[in-house]
Design a protein around this ligand. Structure first.
Ligand code: IPE
Ligand code: IPE
Ligand code: MG
Length: 252
């Protein structure tokens, strides 16, 4: 049974600078292709450069008070890309997991994957399972990697499971409220994101965490993902600390 992080003994750290930052940051890591094109290189060169940025960002989380980091690596729509790019990305994910597995485990990072695994190859699924298993007891940072993830697909799959529970008598339709569906989502053990960052200058969500981001704060920044740094993450966390989150209410 996965532990519910809200009840886990995750000491929420106050960032070094004493500001009140986001606890859950979600990132749409966009712009790898353009970064490579600007350098006259194939798109996959940008994806490899992008993957290398992840470690610095994960390592910055504890001092910024970030307990949960969720990163969008491949969407349900990304299958529309060329076979070469898709195959290159799948191979990159396998290599990334194999290469980073020991470091993530040693750095007390708990890794989870969200998204639909059915279209992924068996070797990749095996590596994902292994990384989840190996880091299951870790508590410093919860890193969630979204692969073949789409918010609409996630809600559709959740609804299918919910409908099955109703049909088989485990759930009463009159008891379905806005607390019910999240228990069927891939993110069921995760808190909602406080801050969603998208790099590369596009101001859209592209099907990321649709249900969960209802009250998230957003940052759309021009930096292309392979140029993103821990310093920029810190700047965005500080700026988040100055925002007034009202959740529909009125502050006295
Ligand atoms: C994001 O970078 C990574 C994935 C979607 C897999 P892109 O590949 O979308 O880069 P751009 O947007 O074309 O520059
Ligand atoms: C979103 O980026 C998906 C990921 C970052 C994995 P895209 O590049 O696929 O999104 P669009 O096509 O610009 O909306
Ligand atoms: Mg893109």
């Amino acid at each position: 049974m996965p532990k519910d992080p809200s009840s886990a003994s995750l000491a929420v750290q106050v960032p070094g600078g004493g500001f009140s930052g986001p606890h859950h940051v979600a990132i749409i890591m966009d712009g790898n292709g353009r970064w490579a094109t600007q350098r006259g290189r194939p798109r996959l060169f940008g994806h490899h450069a992008g993957a290398r940025r992840v470690r610095e960002v994960v390592e910055a989380c504890p001092r910024l008070g970030i307990t949960h980091l969720t990163i969008f690596a491949f969407s349900t729509e990304n299958w529309k890309r060329t076979q070469v790019e898709v195959a290159g990305l799948m191979s990159l994910f396998r290599r990334y997991i194999s290469r980073e597995m020991r470091a993530l485990a040693a750095e007390n990072v708990r890794v989870r994957f969200i998204g639909d695994r059915v279209r992924l190859d068996a070797k990749l699924i095996e590596l994902m399972d292994e990384l989840e298993r190996l880091t299951a007891g870790n508590t410093l940072v919860n890193l969630t990697i979204a692969i073949n993830y789409g918010g609409r697909d996630e809600v559709a799959r959740a609804t299918r499971r919910l409908a099955r529970d109703v049909a088989e008598g485990r759930l009463n339709p009159d008891d379905v409220d806005e607390e019910t569906l999240p228990r069927y989502l891939d993110t069921r053990v995760l808190p909602d994101p406080d801050l969603v960052i998208r790099t590369s200058g596009e101001a859209r969500i592209s099907n990321f965490l649709l249900w969960q981001s209802a009250y998230a704060e957003y940052e759309f920044i021009d930096t292309l993902w392979p140029d993103f740094t821990a310093a920029e993450l810190e700047r965005l966390c500080r700026s988040y600390g100055k925002r007034d989150r009202r959740f529909g209410g009125v502050k006295p």
